[in-house]
Design a protein. Structure first.
Length: 58
């Protein structure tokens, strides 16, 4: 649940930053949305975010 809350907060950040990051930001939001809607994809999404954490400052 704690991870899901963090992801939801990142979703908010990602959507607000999507304009700044352009297509890459939109792709981030897309993968995050997939992760939130599917437990199997969530693990992939977390890994995807971990590789691109710099986009979210962490």
């Amino acid at each position: 649940a704690k991870t899901l809350q963090r992801l939801r907060r990142i979703v908010g950040d990602g959507r607000s930053r999507a304009i700044q990051y352009g297509a890459n930001g939109q792709q981030c939001a897309h993968y995050i949305n997939l992760g939130l809607t599917n437990a199997v994809k969530r693990k992939y999404t977390i890994g995807w975010l971990a590789q691109r954490g710099e986009a979210f400052g962490g």
